[in-house]
Design a protein around this ligand. Sequence first.
Ligand code: HEC
Ligand code: HEC
Length: 309
Amino acid sequence: MKAATATAGWPVLFTTILLWSLTTAARANETTYRDIAPLLASQCIVCHSGEAAAAGLRLDSYDAILKGSSRGPVVDTTRAEDSELIRRIKGISQPRMPMTGPPYLTENEIASLERWVAGGLKKGKTLPQTPAPQGLPAPADGEPLTYRHVAPVFAKRCAKCHSDQGIMGGPPEGYRLNSYASTVSASDRARVVPGHPKASELVRRIRGQSRPRMPFDGPPYLDDDEIRLIEDWIAQGARDSNGEPSPIPAGARVRLHGTLGPGRQLDGLSLIIGSRTRIDKNPRPGDYVQVRGRLDKAGNVQVERLRRR
Ligand code: HEC
Ligand code: HEC
C-alpha cells in the first residue's frame, strides 16, 4: 500500500513542478512598464510630455499614462485592443501614432504594448526614470530637415485646435496640423508651398505678417528658433519623415495676407499681377491686403484677386 501511494504521488509532484515552472516562465516573460518605457521615450514623449503635451496626454510616467488624455483614459486592461493607445499605434484610430510616421511601430513593438495593457499594466520592479526630451530633435550634420523635426511644434502648439476633435470643434478653416499629409495638403488651398516659405500662409501666420497671428491662443507665440526651423523646413522642400520632398502643387489655390510693399510684392514675395487680376479697394504700399491666386509650376503666385482689408 505504501509503495502504491508513493508512486501515485509522483504524477502530482511532477504536475506541481511543471505548473510552478510554467508560471515562473510566464512571469519572467510578462511585459512590464520597465520593458515598454524606453519605446515610449524614443517614439512618443517628444510630443507627449510637459505642459503642452499633445492631446493633453503625457506618456513620460506610469501615472500619467493611467491618467489619460484631455479626452479620457487611453488604456483599458479589460479590452486592451479597444484601448485608444492601442488603436492609435495600429492606425484603427486616426491620425495614426507616432504622428511623425511612417515609419510607424514594428509588429513586435505593437504586440508588446498590447501585451502590457492586456497583462494588467504591470509596473515591473524598478521604474526607469524617463528623461524629459531636451528641446526639439535636430538633424545630424549634412542631413536635411524633415517633418520629424518640425512635427513636435505642430503637435504641441497647433493640433489642439487644428484637428477634428480640437478645442474649437472642427479644425479652423478646415486645416489640420496633426499629420504630414494634412499639413502639406493643397486640396482646398495650399498653406505650405514647398520651397517657398514666403508664399506659405502658415509662415505668414506664425510670423504675424498675416493676422490673427498663430498660435491663436498666444502669446506666447513660437520663438525665433521654432519659426526659423519651420521656414527652413519649407525652404528645403517640406520633406516627409523619410526625407522625401513634397512636390509644388501646381495649379493649387492660395490665400495670403500681409503688407503690400513697393513694386508688387507682399512682405518680400513677388506677386505676378496680370491683365485678368481683379484689384479691389485701391490697395497701396503699406496697406494690409488679402491675395487670392494660384501657384504656377515654379511655385510663383499668379494673383487672381488683390484687395485691401
Ligand atoms: C510628433 C508628435 C507626436 C508623436 C511623436 C506622437 N504623438 Fe500621439 N498625438 C499627437 C497629436 C498631435 C495627437 C492628437 C491628434 C488628434 O487626435 O487630432 C496625438 C494623439 C494621441 C493619442 C490619442 C489621445 C486621445 O485620447 O484621443 C494617443 C493614444 C497617442 N497620441 C499615443 C501616442 C503614442 C503611443 C506615441 C508613440 C508611439 C505617440 N502618440 C507619438 C502627437 C504625437
Ligand atoms: C487656439 C486655437 C488655435 C491654435 C492653438 C492655432 N490656431 Fe491656427 N487658426 C485658428 C483659428 C481660429 C484660425 C482662423 C483665424 C482667422 O483667419 O479668422 C486659424 C487659422 C490658421 C491658418 C490659416 C488657414 C487658412 O486656411 O488660411 C493657419 C495657416 C494656421 N492657423 C496655422 C496655425 C499654426 C501653424 C499653429 C501653431 C503654431 C496654429 N495655427 C495654432 C486657431 C488656432
